[in-house]
Design a protein around this ligand. Structure first.
Ligand SMILES: [Zn+2]
Ligand SMILES: [Zn+2]
Length: 367
């Protein structure tokens, strides 16, 4: 194959167009990757609909991808020091930070780097090398992209979910790690919430309650670590509060993790915390306007910590990959929408209509 085949967003809200681009020769330190699986993220839908102010057009969407190395420009190594060779299966950190500014170097928070750019979100495919999004047969990884060699036994479908949802959940648990024997609640049983249930279990939490509206997703969360689930379609606000207090010894939870993407969930979830608890929100991914909360009663007087979470760093991706390696078959079931690569528009429509929770595009060709 001498050309890359990509789906390109040229006008918000309209179908993606097919485009061909020449395959570039990687420059020094660059890696040309042939994708095996591209993830369709909920945020891809927001970008497609024009709700994400970061997006330039034309754009090859997609920040989630796992594939095999086609060629490297000279020597390239992954973050663990492994030399990349043709045919290696790798994941990569979707965000590319400068690693030279105060945020990257002094504060050591490269995910928050003001110069960070993101595959499939913040760079147009207008100019060469074009291949800067994962709705494409190939991506060209710049020399400062952080990569991770994957075990050939790990399904690329599973690894793709670790790269965004899993890494974001890992970031939540780095900021607020529940202690051994602690009690936590997770709002939203989608991919991030399911990863949160697994991270909570791995952290030693004793009571792990997942609240959500889809019974099948709640069951999957139980397999990944939830000790209790509450279906919000079958309960009132008052009933949920009562049940959570009952399950947490009358005190409330040590930590609540919001992965629901719904601001109303935040006002409700704050009331589930014990005094001195922590509220961690990673689900609100695009501007939604203001939110009314009872700041005195729910935060100040109860000494509550409120933690926003934005994206993730390479170490979070690594943690998520290690997590899925322990239970790959269960994590594979997070993916409820498998589409052929050619069906990118159908996949976006299905995620937008909430017919599927996690979709992937599967590329043809040898794996
Ligand atoms: Zn994503
Ligand atoms: Zn920086």
């Amino acid at each position: 194959m001498s050309e890359a085949y990509a789906h390109v967003l040229t006008k918000f809200g309209e179908a993606l167009h097919d485009r061909r681009y020449p395959l570039p020769d990687p420059g020094p330190g660059e890696v040309l990757l042939r994708l095996e699986v591209s993830g369709v993220c909920g945020s891809d839908v927001h970008q497609w609909q024009g709700l994400d102010p970061r997006v330039p057009l034309p754009l090859i969407p997609g920040h989630e991808g796992v594939g095999r190395v086609v060629a490297t420009g000279g020597e390239a190594r992954d973050v663990q020091g492994a030399k990349l060779a043709e045919g290696d299966r790798i994941a990569f950190n979707r965000g590319v930070s400068c690693m030279a500014c105060r945020t990257c170097v002094v504060l050591r928070q490269p995910a928050l780097c003001p110069h960070r750019w993101v595959y499939g979100i913040t760079r147009s495919c207008q100019d060469p090398p074009h291949l800067v999004g994962c709705y494409s047969s190939h991506v060209l990884l710049a020399r400062n992209v952080q990569t991770l060699c994957l075990d050939d036994d790990l399904s690329p479908v599973v690894a793709v979910t670790a790269g965004c949802s899993g890494a974001t959940a890992a970031h939540c648990f780095e900021e607020v790690r529940p202690g051994f024997g602690s009690r936590v609640v997770i709002q939203g049983p989608g991919p991030i919430g399911a990863y949160c249930a697994a991270f909570a279990k791995a952290s030693g939490a004793e009571t792990i309650i997942v609240v959500g509206g889809t019974a099948s997703r709640l069951r999957l969360c139980e397999e990944l670590g939830a000790t209790h689930t509450i279906n919000r379609r079958e309960t009132t606000v008052a009933e949920r509060l009562e049940e959570i207090l009952e399950l947490t010894g009358g005190e409330g939870a040590d930590a609540v993790y919001e992965a629901a993407g719904d601001q109303a969930a935040i006002a409700e979830g704050l009331k589930w915390l014990r005094t001195g608890g922590a509220y961690v929100s990673c689900g609100v991914a695009e501007p939604r306007g203001g939110l009314e909360i009872d700041f005195f009663h729910d935060i100040a007087r109860r000494n509550v910590r409120l933690q926003g979470i934005w994206v993730s760093d390479m170490r979070h991706l690594l943690e998520a990959v290690r997590l899925v390696e322990g239970q790959p078959e269960t994590f594979e079931r997070l993916v409820d929408g498998r589409f052929r690569f050619e069906e990118a528009n159908e996949a976006l429509e299905a995620v937008a209509a909430r017919e599927v929770s996690k979709a992937v595009l599967i590329h043809d060709g040898p794996s």
